[in-house]
Design a protein around this ligand. Structure first.
Ligand code: GAL
Length: 419
């Protein structure tokens, strides 16, 4: 048990490791268990700044308990999820872990790995604190299983404004055709028009293209089984996506995390990047102010959402401490401390927009007024098995460019994993 716990925290550094080594988690001596190991993939930049905000609220609300950082670095949980799966398989859960609302959370519920929090929702006055649609994504058979920390938007295109201006782009495109024309202008300037990273970031870009080509309702249907993957509209989206790949950093994209692609943008070596709105917080944390943002071209008034939430795992060593963490996550003060630094908007409906930076103020308005569709790359729309199959298919397509094989793989993944 100790070994795997140490492995998980080693990634975030020696101090966290020492803190864990000193952990008194068994309570065998009858003393109260203090440490609360919080497992995330928020190890750096804006993500870490958000976590730090939450930790400071926890320190105020839960002074009897000690936060232990179990973060495992790697965008979208690319490393963390593997470590977590192995710990859960060994009945060695952290005290709490980050899970996406929607299909991904259902994976943990169906596997019997997390506890029902319905009573805590009543005790803490959370029942009416969040939008009903979000609650539905945290609920199975009438029981609520996690506390949402935020709502992120996935379908945002970020730009380096000096680079786009130098290429003569005065306004971000609102259609795919307009976007291709702008990417040509950037190419002529000798920069990477569109910075891209590996598998899951490629899936995000592909999802954005699918929203443009299929529209919001048919896109949502891909995840609930009502839109087939073998249609001509998906074939067109694959062709458009392939054309976009031609404007990306081909030699590095399959090894880059999202922050590596972001660095191309910050360094003035790329014009655009499609990424979720954790990028706003990360650019802010890194002191880069010359960025612009728009909905991905052709996505119109569609808000592609995902939400981070925290759970109480079955067998958690410190149940009381974890409940205190979860209560903080759901509180107005906790959501403000977290989301003002994370780039996301609060899941609570009673948040005050004026408390947030400019980007989030725009996102709060869009979340209320726009059509909502789920993200598969971040677990809202598809299960972890489905997501893994699609990430693998995108990675393969990045190297072999075989459009027919990609569509066959998408159809096969849906057949295996779609409900
Ligand atoms: C998402 C997560 C976000 C952000 C992002 C990049 O899956 O929901 O909060 O951390 O990954 O790592």
């Amino acid at each position: 048990m100790r070994l795997s716990r140490r492995f998980a925290v080693a990634v975030v550094g020696v101090s966290a490791l020492l803190a864990t080594a000193a952990c008194n988690s068994t309570g065998d001596d009858g003393t109260a268990v203090k440490d609360v190991e919080v497992f995330t993939w928020w190890a750096d930049g804006g993500e870490k700044a958000g976590l730090d905000g939450l930790v400071s609220a926890f320190g105020t609300d839960c002074a009897n308990f000690t936060f232990v950082n179990g973060a495992v670095a790697g965008g979208a949980g690319s490393n963390a999820k593997q470590v977590l799966a192995s710990r859960l398989a060994q009945s060695d859960p952290p005290d709490t872990f980050q899970a996406h609302a929607g299909a991904e959370l259902s994976d943990y519920i169906n596997a019997g790995q997390i506890e029902d929090l319905s009573q805590e929702y009543k005790d803490w006055g959370l029942t009416n604190a969040f939008p009903q649609g979000l609650i539905d994504n945290l609920t199975v058979d009438g029981k609520i299983y996690s506390v949402p920390a935020n709502i992120h938007r996935a379908n945002v295109i970020w730009s380096n404004k000096s680079v786009t201006a130098a290429a003569g782009i005065t306004q971000d495109a609102t259609t795919l055709d307009g976007f291709f024309a702008d990417l040509e202008k950037l190419k002529a300037k000798g920069v990477t028009p569109l910075a891209l990273g590996k598998d899951w970031t490629q899936l995000m870009l592909f999802e954005a293209v699918l929203i443009s080509d299929l529209g919001a309702d048919k896109f949502t249907g891909l995840w609930n089984g009502s839109t087939p993957w073998d249609g001509a509209d998906v074939t067109k989206a694959i062709a458009d996506y392939q054309k976009l790949l031609g404007y990306t950093n081909k030699d590095t994209r399959d090894t880059f995390d999202w922050t590596d692609a972001e660095k191309l943008l910050m360094d003035g070596k790329a014009g655009y990047q499609l990424m979720g709105d954790w990028e706003a917080a990360d650019l802010d944390a890194k002191g880069f102010t010359g960025y612009g943002y728009s909905a991905f071209p052709g996505n119109g008034a569609t808000f592609q959402w995902l939400a981070d939430s925290f759970v109480l795992p079955k067998g958690a060593a410190n149940v009381e401490g974890t409940k205190c963490w979860l209560k903080t996550v759901g509180s107005a003060a906790g959501q403000k401390a977290f989301n003002t630094k994370k780039g996301s908007i609060p899941a609570r409906t009673d948040a005050v927009p004026g408390d947030y930076p400019a980007y989030q103020q725009a996102a709060i308005a869009d979340w209320k007024s726009q059509k909502q569709v789920p993200s598969c790359a971040h677990g809202a729309g598809c299960s972890q098995g489905y997501m893994g199959a699609l990430n693998a298919a995108m990675g393969k397509f990045s190297s072999d460019g075989d459009a027919a094989a990609l569509q066959t793989a998408l159809v096969a993944a849906a057949g295996q994993f779609s409900k």
